[in-house]
Ligand binder design. Sequence first.
Ligand code: NAD
Length: 374
Amino acid sequence: MILFVQKPTEKAENRAAMTPAAAKKLIGLGISIEMPAGTGVKSSYPDQQYIDEGVTISQSPDESLAKADIVYGLELPKAATFKKMKEGAVYLGRVEPFGNAKLIAAAAKAKVRLVSMEMIPRTTLAQKMDILSSQANLAGYQAVITGASRLDKILPMMMTPAGTISPSKVFIIGVGVAGLQAIATAKRLGARVQAFDTRPVVEEQVKSLGAKFVKIDLGETGQTEQGYAKELTEEQLEMQRQGMAKVCADSDIVITTAKLFGRKAPIIVTADMVAAMAAGSVIIDLAAETGGNVEGTKVDEEVVTDNGVKIIGIGKLENELPTHASQMYAANLANFTEHFWDSEKGELVLDPEDEIIQGSLLTDNGEIIHPTFK
Ligand code: NAD
């Protein structure tokens, strides 16, 4: 069995889909790994570390791709990649399946078995394969670090002979995986932290991290079976904005993480709310790539408003921590592979009755089989 690792080509992408540690685990299963030279260099994994674990540095990536039984990707795949793969081979990686119908159709046409790692069900068993969680966790941490570094103040309280500095106030909107990590990180740095989420179950989690939950009565809200937030009505969103305006105005750092899986993010912080914030305040919008939670966010840019508020909308903050982001991402894919590895047959067996496969396998036998994308 040959596994080929694609090397990211986008200049801004620093991560890799394989690490030496993940390679060691997979080679231990009996899998041969081939990858282009320099695949892990930007995440500080030199080729030699992979070679030491038994990875082959491919002299012809296209040939390696064509003979591979399993392909690991990190950037969105291209239809051309599927065309070059052999029939029945498995592609594992990010697919962003909502809005990428043509890509899914291309995989089906090429008879590639396409696994969307974003669609891994949110169950305890599948947690070790969940790329959304592993990357969001790091992004949540990095949001606070970025916010702190762009703020003209310190986060903790400091009592010095020259006077007392009061702690900075951090407000986190959206308390999923990224938001929880952001709360924990901001607390560790000594900030005064408040948070809000539309899912009522979150209140306890916020309190258990020592932060204050901002209460806004929006009527009926809730979550889907997979734990994702339900979309609010426009009326509810307006109530939310009004409830939050004062908290935003009073905060030094606002971090928004409020996404709606597969859909555009809601605008929660309007231009008026930004205008009411103090000069020097920082907003980190983690939903920037899916439209942004903040009016005026620009992906991968820092916008400074007329009243001196910095709005930072870096698309993938985890990309700034590539060593650990690659470690987590590669581990997610390797855990999937190990979980479905049949050691007697020496191959990946994607059982259509398995809950994880039902959730994440989009194409098989030349057809789109996933009910959501069919
Ligand atoms: P996400 O990235 O889709 O959204 C981030 C947060 O924004 C969510 O908490 C969501 O409720 C919130 N949000 C959406 N609209 C909002 C609004 N208008 N105002 C305020 N907040 C809003 O979510 P996520 O991080 O992927 O996590 C979703 C849930 O899934 C969480 O409960 C998480 O703990 C759970 N989860 C479970 C597992 C597992 O059991 N294996 C794994 C990962 C996540």
